[in-house]
Design a protein around this ligand. Structure first.
Ligand code: F6P
Length: 334
C-alpha cells in the first residue's frame, strides 16, 4: 500500500476541471473518479473536459457529480474520451484555453496523461498561472520521477496473457516467435513482460540489438535441443517495421521466426486491482495537493510513497531503464 503525504489545505478552490489526454490507459476512469469524489467531498465543483486538450479548446466541458463517476472504476479506457492535440503546442491556443476556464470560473486543472500531455500542462501553467496538477496515465511507464504509471500493470498483464498463449503454440510446433509490444521509445513494458513471460530474449530501444549474436544464440540453443521454441519480446521502439526487419535477418541466419504484434489490445481491458488502487489514490491526493497550494507538479510514486514531482523535471530528465533488470532476464535463461 502507498504512504500518503499529510497535506494541510491553504488554498481555496471553488471549482476544478479534469481531463484525460494522449493514449488512453486502463485506470484512467478510476483516476477521474478519485479526483471527482475527493473534490466533491471537500465542497469543490468539478467539470469534466471531453477529448483532452482538443475538447478544452472547443469548450467541451460537462459538470460532474458523484453519480457521473459511478460504475466506472472497473472500466478500461476513459469515459471523458481522449485525444492527441498538436494545437495545444501553440501558446496562443493555451492562452485561449485559459480564458475558457476563467469564463466558467474554473480555478484549477488536473491532467491525466503521458509525458507529452504533462509537458503541455507545464507550459500551460507557466504561461497562464492557472494551478495544474498532473497524474501519470500511460501504459508505457516511461515518465521521469515515478516508478509506476496508471495502466502499466494492466497492459503488462494483458501482454503476458497473450504471450502465454503464444508460448503454447510455439512449444507445440517448436517455433520461435517475435512478439512486439508497445512502449513508444522505451523498453519498460517489454522488459517487465519479458521477465514475467520467461522470454528467451528481450529487445529494447535503450540497448543496441545485435542480430548476429541473437541468431547465433537461438541457433545454438536449437542445436543443443534446449531451445526448439522460444519467445523473443521486442519493444516497438521508434523504428518502423523493426520486428519484421529482425525476422528477415534471422531468416538469413537459417531461422524461421514467426511474428506477433500485440498492438492496441495492450491499451484496453478492465484495469487490474493494482492500477485501480494506484489511480484512485493518485486521483484523490491530487485534489489535496491543489488545496495545499501546490501547482506545476505530477503526483507519482517513489519507494512506496506518493510524491510530488516538478513537471519541469519530466521535460528535463529521461527515465532510464535499469540494465540490471535486463541482465536478470538473460540470466534466467542460461
Ligand atoms: O503512449 C501509449 C501508446 O500506446 C504507445 O505505447 C504507442 O506507441 C502509442 O501510444 C500508440 O499511439 P496511437 O494509439 O496514437 O497509435
Amino acid at each position: 500500500m502507498y504512504t500518503l503525504p499529510s497535506l494541510e489545505a491553504t488554498r481555496s478552490i471553488s471549482s476544478l476541471a479534469v481531463l484525460t489526454s494522449g493514449g488512453d490507459a486502463p485506470g484512467m476512469n478510476a483516476a477521474i473518479r478519485g479526483v471527482v469524489r475527493s473534490a466533491l467531498s471537500q465542497g469543490i465543483e468539478v467539470y469534466g473536459i471531453r477529448r483532452g486538450y482538443s475538447g478544452l479548446l472547443q469548450n467541451d466541458m460537462i459538470p460532474l457529480n458523484s453519480a457521473s463517476v459511478s460504475n466506472i472504476v472497473q472500466r478500461g479506457g476513459t469515459f471523458l474520451k481522449s485525444a492527441r492535440c498538436p494545437e495545444f503546442h501553440d501558446s496562443d491556443n493555451r492562452r485561449r484555453a485559459a480564458e475558457l476556464l476563467k469564463q466558467r470560473n474554473i480555478d484549477a486543472l488536473i491532467v491525466i496523461g503521458g509525458d507529452g500531455s504533462l509537458s503541455g500542462a507545464h507550459l500551460f501553467e507557466e504561461e497562464t498561472g492557472i494551478p495544474v496538477i498532473g497524474l501519470p496515465g500511460t501504459i508505457d511507464n516511461d515518465i521521469f520521477g515515478t516508478e509506476d504509471t496508471i495502466g502499466f500493470d494492466t497492459a503488462m498483464n494483458t501482454a503476458l496473457d497473450a504471450i502465454d498463449r503464444i508460448r503454447d503454440t510455439a512449444d507445440s510446433h517448436e517455433r520461435h516467435f517475435l512478439v512486439e509490444v508497445m512502449g513508444r521509445n522505451s523498453g519498460f513494458l517489454a522488459t517487465h513482460v519479458g521477465i514475467a513471460a520467461g522470454a528467451e530474449m528481450i529487445l529494447v530501444p535503450e540497448y543496441a540489438i545485435n542480430i548476429e549474436e541473437i541468431a547465433l544464440q537461438l541457433a545454438a540453443s536449437h542445436r543443443a535441443g534446449t531451445g526448439s521454441s522460444g519467445i523473443i519480446v521486442v519493444a516497438e521502439g521508434n523504428e518502423p517495421n523493426l520486428t519484421a526487419g529482425i525476422a528477415q535477418q534471422l531468416q538469413q541466419q537459417g531461422l524461421t521466426p514467426h511474428i506477433s504484434i500485440l498492438g492496441h489490445i495492450q491499451r484496453g481491458g478492465r484495469p487490474s486491482g493494482h492500477d485501480r488502487v494506484l489511480a484512485s489514490c493518485l486521483g484523490a491526493v491530487a485534489v489535496d495537493y491543489l488545496l495545499a497550494g501546490y501547482s506545476d507538479i505530477m503526483v507519482g510514486v517513489s519507494n512506496g510513497c506518493v510524491v510530488d514531482v516538478p513537471l519541469d523535471d519530466l521535460i528535463r530528465y529521461r527515465k532510464g531503464l535499469d540494465p540490471e533488470l535486463l541482465k536478470i532476464a538473460l540470466q534466467l535463461h542460461k
